[in-house]
Design a protein around this ligand. Structure first.
Ligand code: ADP
Length: 293
């Protein structure tokens, strides 16, 4: 008798939905419209990236999902419940490491669990399991000052995961790391995501990173940020660095590069025009600016 392998259970929680999201900041000389009409979703267990030119409202959207700010218009929900404040169902990782310098690695990871009232034994067990997954167990008693940038950011990710969130939000988490460390971090994050089966929303301006990590990528316009395109990444998993040289990857890259280039030029506004380009020794030969920059 043959027994069919049981398919892996699909995660049921962590469904992010954003409808018609808009946000304006109050500035001294009037409101700054950061984003408008944004509609995105992340299915339970899906890895989705948001990419767009600097200042297009990516962090603003993530901050609304984290519950740090309230939308000026539209709705932001997780599993059908409106996000109104920060909560343990959403973990957030920032570019800056933001670890407590007076706490050890394990104490940093345990902090959220302590706040939730989890007892010492379970706190330590959960923290050590996650530190093990991130290859950090040998460093559990180190203070942050003794860690490299990549290790600090790994602690940041583990800390965000410790309370068992349904959704992990990451805002340019590897932006400050060197290229080699970044690649390793991408692999570690993917491994943890696959093990824990949570939904991930990842903000980056790195096109390769977005393609390599994601199931889908949303590309935003220049400010006020709107969704310009949604690209499905059909590359199989697990992914390997070698895939970045495949024709499929390079075709996806070409498409995203041209989408982003157009928006980056718009974000630079009037600063880039043909005269300025010629001043830099760049000839346009009648092509559109997006074709030559
Ligand atoms: P991104 O993450 O895509 O770089 P942000 O979401 O940080 O963009 O910012 C979107 C726009 O809102 C930018 O033009 C930025 O200058 C503006 N902005 C961000 N934070 C503030 C703030 N606290 N006050 C006023 N304007 C802000």
């Amino acid at each position: 008798m043959t027994i069919a392998a049981k398919p892996a259970a699909k995660p049921k929680q962590g469904h992010v939905e954003v409808h018609d999201f808009a946000f304006s900041y109050d500035a001294a000389d009037g409101p700054i419209e950061a984003a408008k009409g944004v509609a995105i979703d992340v299915n339970p267990g899906e890895f989705v990236s948001i990419i767009g030119p600097s200042g297009c409202g990516k962090s603003t959207l993530l901050n609304a999902l984290a519950g740090f700010i309230k939308p000026t218009a539209g709705t932001v929900t997780v599993d059908g419940v409106a996000v109104e404040r920060p909560g343990a169902d959403r973990g957030m990782v920032f570019q800056q490491y933001s670890l407590f310098p007076w706490k050890t690695v394990r104490e940093n990871v345990e902090f959220g669990l302590k706040m939730k009232g989890v007892d010492v034994h379970n706190r330590q067990r959960n923290a050590r399991t996650l530190l093990g997954l991130a290859g950090l167990l040998p460093f559990e008693n180190y203070y942050p000052e003794r860690l490299s940038g990549g290790m600090k950011q790994r602690v940041g990710i583990v800390r965000a995961l410790a309370t068992g969130p349904k959704v992990l939000l990451l805002d340019e988490p590897f932006g400050a790391l060197d290229a080699q460390t970044r690649v390793i971090m991408q692999q570690i994050l993917t491994n943890m995501w696959q093990r824990l089966k949570i939904s991930v929303l990842f903000v980056t301006h790195d096109i390769d990173e977005a393609i390599f990590l994601s199931d889908r990528v949303y590309c935003m316009t220049a400010r006020p940020g709107m969704i310009k395109a949604e690209i499905v990444i059909p590359l199989e998993r697990p992914r390997h660095q070698s895939m970045m040289m495949s024709s499929e990857f390079l075709a996806l890259r070409r498409g995203l590069v041209s989408l982003i280039r157009e928006e980056s030029l718009k974000a630079m506004g009037g600063e880039i025009n043909e005269v300025a380009l010629q001043g830099l020794g760049i000839e346009t030969h009648g092509e559109s600016l997006a074709d030559v920059v």
